[in-house]
Design a protein around this ligand. Structure first.
Ligand code: SAH
Length: 249
C-alpha cells in the first residue's frame, strides 16, 4: 500500500472515517463530567481533526491530538489556527502503539475510527494507564449489528479485520479490559454515506488527475470503491459502535 498516496487521497476530506458532529456530541454527552473544567483530553488517530475540533468547541479541555501522519496534523493545526484554537489543541506525531504519555495524564481519551489499527483489545489494554482513575474513554469501533451475516460481508471483514465482533462481544471486551461501560450507540448510515463516502467519491476524479491515473492511485480508488459498495449493500449488518467507558477510580 502506498501510504503517501493514501494520505493524499484522504487529506482533503473533513474526516477520514465514518462519523458526524452529532455522533461526537452524543458520545460526549454520555460522559458525566463537568466539561467547563480545563480537562486533559487525548484524541488518538485524530486524522485532520474532525472530532478534536468539535471537542475543542464544546469543552474547555486541552486537547492532545495524535496521529501517525504529519500531513493530517498540519491540516488540523491550520484549522485550529483559523478558528483561534491554537492554545487548546496540541498535535503529536506518534504511533498509537508507542505512546509516551504519563500514567494518569488524561481525564478523557477519545478515538474515532482508529483503534482498529492496533486492535480494539490491544488499544483498550494499552491506553488505560494514560487515564486518571475514574477517567473516561470514548472509542468507535467497527461492529456487527446482527448475530448472522451474509457470507460475502463476513468473509471480507474477517480478512480485513479479524477482531470485528458483535456489539455484545465489544461490550464484553470492554469489561474484560477492566473498564465499566457507561453507554454505547451505533453510528447511523448517514455517518457513513453522507459524511464520509459521499464527499470521498467527489474527490476521486481530482485525485486520479493529480496523480496522472497511476497504477497506485487507481488501486487506492478501486479499494475505496469496493468498500463503498460493500457498505451500501450490507449496511444493515455492520456499523461503527461508539463505546463510552470508565476506568475504575
Ligand atoms: N479520527 C479521525 C480519523 C479516522 S481514520 C476521523 O474520525 O476522521 C484513522 C486514523 O488513524 C488516520 O488518521 C490514520 O492516519 C491514523 N493512524 C493509522 N495508524 C495509526 C497509528 N499506528 N498510530 C496513530 N495513528 C494512526
Amino acid at each position: 500500500m502506498n501510504f503517501e498516496l493514501l494520505v493524499d487521497f484522504h487529506l482533503d476530506g473533513d474526516r477520514q472515517g465514518p462519523g458526524s458532529e452529532s455522533s461526537t456530541l452524543r458520545a460526549l454527552d454520555l460522559i458525566p463530567i463537568d466539561k467547563t473544567q480545563p480537562l486533559q483530553l487525548a484524541d488518538i488517530g485524530c486524522g485532520t481533526g474532525a472530532a478534536a475540533l468539535m471537542l475543542a468547541h464544546h469543552t474547555n479541555a486541552h486537547i492532545t491530538a495524535v496521529d501517525l501522519f504529519p500531513a493530517f496534523l498540519h491540516k488540523l493545526e491550520e484549522s485550529a489556527r483559523s478558528m483561534g484554537l491554537t492554545d487548546r489543541i496540541e498535535t503529536v506525531e506518534a504511533s498509537m502503539e508507542e505512546l509516551t504519555f504519563s500514567n494518569g495524564q488524561f481525564d478523557i481519551i477519545w478515538s474515532e475510527g482508529a483503534i482498529y489499527n492496533m486492535g480494539f483489545r490491544n488499544g483498550l489494554a494499552n491506553w488505560i494507564d494514560f487515564l486518571k482513575p475514574g477517567g473516561y474513554m470514548a472509542v468507535s469501533e467497527i461492529s456487527w449489528l446482527t448475530d448472522e451475516r451474509p457470507k460475502a460481508i463476513e468473509t471480507h471483514w474477517n480478512e480485513a479485520y479479524p477482531e470485528i465482533g458483535t456489539v455484545a462481544q465489544k461490550r464484553q471486551a470492554i469489561e474484560e479490559a477492566g473498564y465499566t461501560l457507561i453507554g454505547d450507540f451505533v453510528l447511523p448510515p448517514s455517518d457513513w454515506l453522507n459524511n464520509y463516502y459521499g464527499p470521498m467519491q467527489e474527490r476521486i476524479e481530482g485525485f486520479l488527475d493529480r496523480h496522472q491515473h497511476s497504477a497506485d492511485a487507481r488501486a487506492i480508488v478501486a479499494e475505496e470503491r469496493k468498500e463503498v459498495t460493500l457498505y451500501a449493500t450490507y449496511q444493515d449488518y455492520l456499523s461503527y459502535g461508539f463505546y463510552v467507558m470508565q476506568k475504575p477510580s
